[in-house]
Design a protein around this ligand. Structure first.
Ligand code: MTE
Ligand code: MO
Length: 410
């Protein structure tokens, strides 16, 4: 696989003063700033960086959901690598001018061996978190591998009248069950700065996609919420229609909203002793504008905040520590897999940190508190200095509310 690294921005060097067991994090973040020892036990218990298959959460529509079909049926309907067939056609209602089309009807469908042939030269791998626009917590963090969709699109020899690419997957041959998404053709043909390409994906964390994750082939759109990453892909339609009609545009969803940054906690002691420092951990989702800081703030519970400051911008936030790249990546991801992945160097080390469109972990040791009930809040600050939930606070463009967690000090 060619090394597709484009970013040469060197990233912060972390001192490695010793390795914490389990999650395998270096015990210091920078040579000058050791992590307090009280954080070691909670950091050891953090989830793996890449999500193991069984821990991925599933968002699938369909009755029955396609991945629940028995193997024989999946084979019959083209949901195995051996039987997969992809239509790539011009939209009959808003035709794009193509030199060539691929269809089951004419026995010219694009198939898995053809995809693997392209993969030899064009395959890319990149990490990204899969998040549902309507769910507050990511479904899983993965290393996705596939062929850029544009490489396949160019096989149709498009000439003109092509403005939008629509795609949908297997839907039990019931038009009412079609789950459709789309992109402007420009996004398929060209990638915004440092964002990986839209891919026809066949591997996750180095293994073939499982039926639940969309086998044999799904779309992955790196910078968008999960609904653009259509599973069990069977149809690509090249259209001259200028506007989207994604299934997700129903339900008041903002389908043009790329991934947002936000922070959430993973471990917070619900009850704790007075005047004793309180170790907390969490994760940050790294959206399109990155994450430069994670911050925490503890306040007495039930105390009203200023009504003209709904996002607590004037609260006394303090910085948490964003943890460095883990020594062990988790899932089935190895350094060998990472070394020719986008955003990683020849040794399998990330070239920037935290990984854009990914997940990072953080930790903080809160100062001891007097007896009482408290609220812990956390937030991200993006690369432009904008604090969560800005710049796009609306619920239907992806979740990013400032999380509030209760702590009782006894
Ligand atoms: N064919 C198909 N693809 C689909 C869906 C679906 O229902 N059918 N759900 C989408 C939504 S809403 C999300 S959030 C992601 C979730 O990906 P995952 O199930 O692999 O976690 O899949 C997307 N792809
Ligand atoms: Mo979703």
């Amino acid at each position: 696989m060619p090394n597709p690294n484009t970013s040469r921005r060197s990233f912060l060097q972390y001192g490695v003063a010793g390795t914490v067991a389990g999650y395998g994090l270096p015990a210091t973040t920078t040579a000058t700033e050791p992590l307090p020892a009280a954080l070691t036990p909670v950091i050891e218990k953090l989830e793996p960086f890449f999500t193991p298959f069984d821990d991925f959460r599933d968002v699938s529509r369909g009755s029955p959901v396609p991945h629940s079909l028995p193997e024989a049926k999946r084979r019959e309907v083209g949901l195995t690598r051996e039987t997969w067939k992809l239509d790539i056609i011009s939209d009959p209602e808003n035709p794009a001018t193509l030199g060539k089309q691929f269809s089951k009807k004419n026995d010219t469908a694009f198939d898995f061996p053809a995809l693997m042939k392209l993969a030899e030269k064009h395959a890319v791998r990149f990490s990204r978190v899969m998040t549902c626009l309507n769910i507050g917590c990511p479904l899983g963090m993965g290393l996705w591998e596939g062929v850029p969709l544009r490489t396949v699109l160019w096989l149709t020899q498009p000439k003109e009248n092509l403005r939008r690419v629509f795609f949908h997957g297997y839907h039990n041959d019931d038009p009412k069950q079609i789950f459709r998404a789309s992109l402007p053709v420009g996004r398929v043909l060209e990638d915004p700065d440092n964002v990986p390409p839209v891919i026809l994906c066949y591997k996750l964390n180095g293994e073939w996609l499982t039926p639940e994750r969309g086998a044999p082939v799904r779309i992955v759109v790196p910078e968008h919420y999960g609904f653009k990453s259509v599973k069990w892909i069977t149809n690509i339609t090249l259209s001259n229609l200028a506007s989207a009609n994604d299934t997700y545009s129903n339900g008041n969803n903002d389908i043009d909203s790329p991934l947002k940054s936000f922070a959430a906690t993973l471990s917070v002691p619900g009850r704790t002793k007075a005047n004793t420092p309180i170790p907390v951990t969490g994760y940050a989702q790294v959206g399109i504008s990155g994450v430069s800081k994670v911050q925490v703030w503890v306040s007495p519970a039930g105390k009203a905040w200023l009504t003209d400051d709904p996002y607590f911008t004037t609260a006394p936030w303090t910085d948490a520590t964003i943890l460095p790249p883990p020594a062990k990546w988790g899932g089935t991801v190895t350094d060998a897999l990472l070394k020719d992945s986008m955003g990683f160097d020849a040794k399998g080390k990330p070239t920037t940190w935290p990984l854009k469109l990914g997940k990072a972990h953080w930790a903080a040791l809160l100062p001891g508190l007097p007896v009482g009930d408290y609220t812990l809040r956390c937030r991200t600050i993006d690369d432009r200095g904008v604090a969560q939930p800005m710049p796009r606070p609306f619920k239907k463009s992806g979740r990013c509310d400032i999380e509030a967690t209760k702590i009782t000090v006894e």
